[in-house]
Design a protein around this ligand. Structure first.
Ligand code: MOS
Length: 763
C-alpha cells in the first residue's frame, strides 16, 4: 500500500511536492533579502565571547566529569580498582558498570524517525568490552582537574577475547553487501566486465583512503541536570529533537521530559549526534543528584565518536575511441563496526555522475571490532569521488584527451541509474566558467612546468552531492500586530549561517525587514524534527516554513474579510510585501499586517504546519554539482606538496546568501585539502587502538597550508526545491582529493592512488 501510494505521488505533478502544490514563489524573486551577502547574525555575540556553548553553562552545584577508556578491543573487565580515585580530593562519585543506572541502548541512528544513537551497544551495563576506547569508568569531582587526576588513578585489567582489528582478517571472514538509507549499495546494468574487456581504452586501478577522525574545534560536550523528572541537556548538537527522543528512550522517559538545547555549535560535520558521553553524563548526574558537565578531551572524541572509515576502491572504465564510457565499474570494500549504520557509501556519487553503456557498482562491508564509524562531511562522496575522478583523469591521460572534455563527453541526459530527469544540472557551465576563470588553457603536459625546485601542475575533478529533504515536521510562525514575525523550528546553526539565511528567506516571504523577523532554533521544545545533516537542512526548513506561511496567509485573508483591499483573493494570488499582503499582479491592492490584525482585533496570529512528504527526490534526480580546479607546486627535492591555487565552481541552485555559502564552499574545500594531503587516523591493526588521538599527531590544514580559495557559482535556481536552492554544506569536500591528486600527477608524472598524498609517496 505504501509503495502504491508512493508510485501515485511520484506520477502526480511534481509541484505537488511543494506546500500548496505550487512552486515556491521565492524561486523567481529577484531583489529581496535573498542573494544578499548578509553577515551572520550570530557573529557579534561570538566575537564578543557572549555565545554560550554546551560546556560553558554554569549550573549551581555542578560537578565535572572525566572518563577512563578501555585499552582492549574486545573481552571483559577482569578487575576494576576505583578505591584510590574515590579517595582522591574533590571526588564525589566514580561510576562504573557496577553502579551505573539501568539504561537501554541508544536507538541506532536512522533506524526510526528520531533515532540518533551513534552505536547501539550497552552503556556501562556490564563487564563486556566492544571496542578499544570504550568508556569503562566515569569520575565526578568538584573541578575538572580533580576529575582528570582521579580518573588517572583507576586501575583496570582485562580478559581479552579474540577480536578482528585488521582489514585483511575482516575480509577473510567474508564481506557483506552494504546498505545505505534503506537502499542497496549495489547496482548493475549491462555486462560491465565484458564491456570493459572489449573496450578500446581502459583504466582499472585500486584507490585507497584511510580512516579519518572528527575534529570539530568545539569538543563534544554536554552540561546536564535532572530537574524533577525532566532531563535538561545543554548539548552541542546537529539534531536536538532526535537527541531528546533518543535520550528519553535510553532512560525510559517520554521525549517531552527531555529538553535539549544547542544554540551554538563549534562545528559538527556529522559527528554531533548522540554518543555515549551525553548518556553517561545524564546517568552520573542522576546518581550524584547534581548537575554534571562532561566535555570530552580531544582524545575522548577519537575514542568515543569515531569518524570516517577506511576504503579500498576499484574503479575501472572502458571507453570507445571517441571517449564515451562503455563500462563504468566502481566496487570495493569498506570497514565498519557491527554497531552502526554507515557502510561508507563511496559509490553514491558514481550512480548519477556519468552516462555509461554498462555499470557495476558495489560497496562491500568488512566488519571490525572498533569504534563505531560514522558520518563525516559527504560520507561516501568525499572518498568515492577521489577514486572515480582520479580514474577519469588517468583515462584522459591514456587517451590524450583534455580531462574536462572527456567528462563533458560523458554528461548524462538522464540519471544513469534511475532514468529520472535531472531537476537542474549545469555541470558543463560549472566547468566552462571555472576553466575560464582559473586559466585552465595554460596547462602543460605532465612534468613540463618547473620553477627552480618546484614542479607545477594543475588538475580538475567533478564535485557532486545529492539533494535531500528529510521529513522535517512542523514550523511555527507567530505574526504580531506590530509587524514582527517569529519563526520557530527545532533546527540548527553550527556556524554555517542557518539563522541568517533563514531570516532572509522568511523576511522575503513575509515582506518584512530583516530586523522584523526572529528565527528561533536549537531547542527540542520547538516544533519540527530537522537534522542539520545531509546538506538538506535549508530545504527542510524552507518547506516547513513555506507550509506554515501558506496557512498564515490563508488565515490573514480570512481575517482581512470583505472590507480589505484584499477581499476575494486567495492564497495563491497574494504576495508578502511592504509589511503586509498585496495582490501579486496589482500591488496597489495592499493591506499591512498591522491593519489586518487591528481590524480583526487580534494581537497576533500563530500557525503551525507540516510540509508534504519529500517525494521530489523520487521524481527527479537532484544533486548539487561543481567543478574543482587545483594548482599544486611539488618540491622536486623533498616531495613536499603545496596547493598554490584553488577554484571551486559550483552549481547548487539559488544561492541564498553569497557570504555564508562561500564560507561553506571554502570550508569544505579546506577539509578536502586535509583529506588529500594530511588527514589520517593511525589505527593499530594489532589491537584496534587509535594511535594519534590529538591534533598534534593528526594533521589538518592550517592557514599556511591553505591558499586563497576562489569560489564561483551558477546561481541557476532549481525549479523543484524550496527557494530554488540545493545544498551547499558538503559538496565543497567532494572532488578535492582527486583535483589535488590529478594536479600532482600533472606536476610530477606520479600517480598517487593512496590518500593522503604525503611526501614519501612522491620520492
Ligand atoms: Mo553531515 S556528514 O550529513 O553532518
Amino acid at each position: 500500500a505504501v509503495q502504491g501510494a508512493m508510485q501515485k505521488a511520484i506520477q502526480m505533478a511534481p509541484d505537488s511536492f511543494m506546500p500548496g502544490g505550487k512552486p515556491d514563489p521565492l524561486i523567481r524573486q529577484q531583489h529581496g533579502h535573498i542573494g544578499k551577502p548578509i553577515s551572520r547574525l550570530d557573529g557579534p555575540v561570538k566575537v564578543r565571547g557572549e555565545a554560550t556553548y554546551a560546556a560553558e553553562f554554569p549550573l549551581d552545584g555542578m560537578l565535572y566529569a572525566a572518563l577512563v577508556f578501555s585499552t582492549i578491543a574486545k573481552g571483559r573487565i577482569a578487575s576494576l580498582d576505583t578505591d584510590a580515585a574515590e579517595a582522591a580530593p574533590g571526588v564525589e562519585l566514580v561510576m562504573t558498570y557496577r553502579n551505573a543506572p539501568r539504561m537501554a541502548s541508544m536507538p541506532l541512528f536512522m533506524t526510526s524517525e528520531k533515532a540518533c544513537g551513534g552505536n547501539d551497544l550497552p552503556i556501562m551495563q556490564d563487564d563486556r568490552i566492544y571496542w578499544n576506547g570504550e568508556p569503562v569508568a566515569l569520575v565526578l569531582a568538584e573541578t575538572q582537574e580533580q576529575a582528570d587526576h582521579a580518573a588517572s588513578l583507576i586501575a583496570v585489567t582485562y580478559d581479552a577475547d579474540h577480536s578482528i582489528t585488521a582489514m585483511a582478517a575482516a575480509k577473510a571472514k567474508g564481506t557483506e553487501p552494504g546498505m545505505f538509507m534503506g537502499q542497496p549499495l549495489q547496482f548493475a546494468t549491462g555486462d560491465a566486465a565484458a564491456a570493459l574487456a572489449a573496450a578500446a581504452h581502459r583504466v582499472d586501478e585500486t584507490y585507497t583512503t584511510p580512516r579519518h577522525s572528527h575534529n570539530a574545534i568545539e569538543l563534544h560536550a554536554a552540561t546536564v541536570a535532572w530537574q524533577g523528572d525532566t532531563l535538561r541537556v545543554h548539548d552541542a548538537s546537529q539534531m536536538v529533537a532526535h537527541t531528546a527522543w533518543s535520550l528519553g528512550h535510553v532512560f525510559g522517559i517520554d521525549e517531552d521530559k527531555v529538553h535539549v538545547t544547542s544554540p551554538f555549535v563549534g562545528g559538527g560535520f556529522g559527528s554531533k549526534g548522540l554518543w555515549q558521553h551525553q548518556v553517561l553524563a545524564a546517568a552520573a548526574s542522576k546518581l550524584a543528584g547534581r548537575p554534571v558537565r562532561l566535555m570530552l578531551s580531544r582524545e575522548g572524541v577519537y575514542r568515543i565518536v569515531g569518524g570516517r572509515t577506511v576504503t579500498e576502491q576499484r574503479v575501472a572504465i572502458g571507453a570507445s575511441e571517441d571517449g564515451r564510457f562503455d563500462a563504468l565499474i566502481h566496487t570495493g570494500t569498506t570497514a565498519m563496526s557491527r554497531h552502526n549504520v554507515l557502510p561508507e557509501p563511496f559509490i553514491v556519487a558514481t550512480r548519477s555522475a556519468y552516462a555509461a553503456g554498462s555499470m557495476a557498482l558495489d560497496v562491500e562491508v568488512a566488519y571490525l571490532d572498533m569504534v563505531a564509524n560514522t558520518f563525516m562531511r559527504a560520507p561516501g562522496e568525499a572518498v568515492g569521488t577521489f577514486a572515480l575522478e582520479s580514474a577519469i583523469d588517468e583515462l584522459a591521460v591514456a587517451m590524450d584527451i583534455d580531462p574536462i572534455e572527456l567528462r563533458l563527453r560523458n554528461e548524462p541526459d538522464k540519471d544513469p541509474t534511475t532514468g529520472a530527469t535531472f531537476s537542474s544540472r549545469e555541470v558543463e557551465k560549472a566547468y566552462r566558467d571555472g576553466a575560464e576563470r582559473f586559466g585552465w588553457a595554460e596547462r602543460g603536459a605532465p612534468g613540463s612546468r618547473r620553477e627552480g625546485e618546484w614542479l607545477i601542475g594543475t588538475g580538475v575533478a567533478t564535485a557532486t552531492y545529492p539533494y535531500y529533504r528529510m521529513p522535517g515536521g512542523a514550523a511555527r510562525i507567530t505574526l504580531r500586530r506590530g509587524g514582527h514575525a517569529t519563526v520557530d523550528i527545532a533546527a540548527h546553526d553550527m556556524g554555517m549561517g542557518t539563522a541568517t539565511a533563514q531570516t532572509q528567506v522568511a523576511a522575503d516571504r513575509l515582506g518584512l525587514a530583516m530586523e522584523q523577523v526572529t528565527f528561533r532554533y536549537g531547542d527540542s521544545t520547538l516544533p519540527g524534527v530537522v537534522m542539520a545533516g545531509g546538506s538538506q537542512q535549508t530545504a527542510a526548513i524552507g518547506a516547513s516554513v513555506m507550509a506554515a506561511h501558506r496557512d498564515l496567509v490563508t488565515e490573514l485573508l480570512k481575517l482581512a474579510g470583505n472590507d480589505s483591499p484584499l477581499a476575494g483573493l486567495d492564497v495563491d494570488e497574494v504576495v508578502g510585501v511592504d509589511g503586509g499582503l498585496a495582490k501579486t499582479d496589482d500591488r496597489t491592492r495592499h493591506e499591512s499586517y498591522a491593519s489586518i490584525l487591528s481590524r480583526a482585533q487580534r494581537d497576533e496570529v500563530v500557525v503551525e504546519a507540516t510540509p508534504p512528504a519529500p517525494l521530489e527526490t523520487m521524481h527527479w534526480s537532484m544533486h548539487s554539482h561543481g567543478a574543482m580546479f587545483c594548482e599544486v607546486r611539488v618540491n622536486a627535492v623533498t616531495g613536499e606538496v603545496r596547493v598554490s591555487r584553488f577554484l571551486g565552481s559550483f552549481d547548487c541552485g539559488r544561492i541564498l546568501n553569497p557570504k555564508t555559502a562561500a564560507s561553506q564552499f571554502r570550508g569544505g574545500i579546506i577539509m578536502g585539502l586535509g583529506l588529500a594531503l594530511m588527514e589520517e587516523t593511525q589505527f593499530d591493526e594489532r589491537n584496534g587502538r587509535i594511535m594519534n588521538p590529538s591534533l598534534a599527531e593528526y594533521h589538518v590544514p592550517v592557514h599556511m597550508d591553505v591558499p586563497a580559495i576562489d569560489v564561483i557559482w551558477t546561481d541557476i535556481p532549481d525549479p523543484h526545491t524550496p527557494m530554488g536552492a540545493r545544498g551547499v554544506g558538503e559538496i565543497g569536500i567532494t572532488g578535492v582529493g582527486a583535483a589535488v591528486a590529478n594536479a600532482v600527477f600533472n606536476a610530477t608524472g606520479k600517480r598517487v592512488r593512496d590518500l593522503p598524498i604525503t611526501l614519501d609517496k612522491l620520492l
